[in-house]
Design a binder for this molecule. Structure first.
Ligand code: GLN
Length: 200
């Protein structure tokens, strides 16, 4: 249907439903992506939070890792939150042995940088690209961006300077979970990029 981008949520593990519901609320046609054919049918992708080591293993087991890498290289818009940011990072600290990522974001992230589940917190972030209204960000065992390479741009940092949101071309990576605090602007940005690349 014209004007309605078809986007996917990588549905191997993690908080898939919350992202799918938010995207549907924004008017997108949403596909749960578990197979290469499903990936090929969408013009944008959300990689949800969850556990990056599991998403890594399952994506390889399902034959999705290389198709996702190819899609990223080909310019597909992707929003990665939390474990999704880890999957988009070119380099990961405190990874488990043999852990791989899809890559694409010229950043180094550190897993579990904010401590345990019980140390979860919320913060307000100011992101100029999203307007004046602050972003309410929920941090749940998220990664921190330890360094931002020349190809990537910092979108937001905490008051102490730790970088928690980055962008590079059509890729957005967030340390936190916008989908649980009702923050829809990153998903809107993804849909706009998906509509552009799909020409709808
Ligand atoms: N700690 C998780 C990981 O390393 C990420 C946590 C999350 O996505 N909420 O993948």
């Amino acid at each position: 249907m014209a004007g309605k981008p078809k986007v996917g949520v990588l549905a191997l593990q993690g908080d898939v439903r919350e992202h799918a519901a938010l995207l549907a609320d924004l008017g997108a046609e949403v596909v749960a992506v578990r197979r290469p054919e499903e990936l090929a049918s969408v013009s944008g992708l959300v990689i949800p939070g969850g556990e990056s080591t599991v998403i890594d293993k399952l994506s390889r087991a399902f034959g999705l890792a290389q198709p996702i890498r190819d899609a990223i290289r080909g310019g597909m818009p992707v929003l990665g939150t939390c474990a999704g940011l880890i999957m988009l990072a070119d380099s990961v600290l405190d990874a488990i042995d043999g852990q791989q990522t899809f890559g694409g974001l010229d950043v180094v992230v550190r897993r579990n940088a904010f401590g345990r589940q019980t140390e979860s917190f919320e913060a307000e972030l100011h992101i100029a690209a999203l307007g004046d209204e602050p972003v309410r960000a929920a941090f749940i065992r998220g990664p921190v961006v330890e360094s931002v390479g020349p190809s990537a741009t910092t979108l937001a940092a905490l008051d102490d300077g730790r970088v928690v949101a980055v962008e590079q071309g059509n890729l957005i990576g967030l340390s936190f979970h916008p989908e649980i605090s009702g923050e829809a602007r990153f998903h809107r940005r993804l849909l706009a990029a998906a509509a552009r690349t799909a020409g709808v």
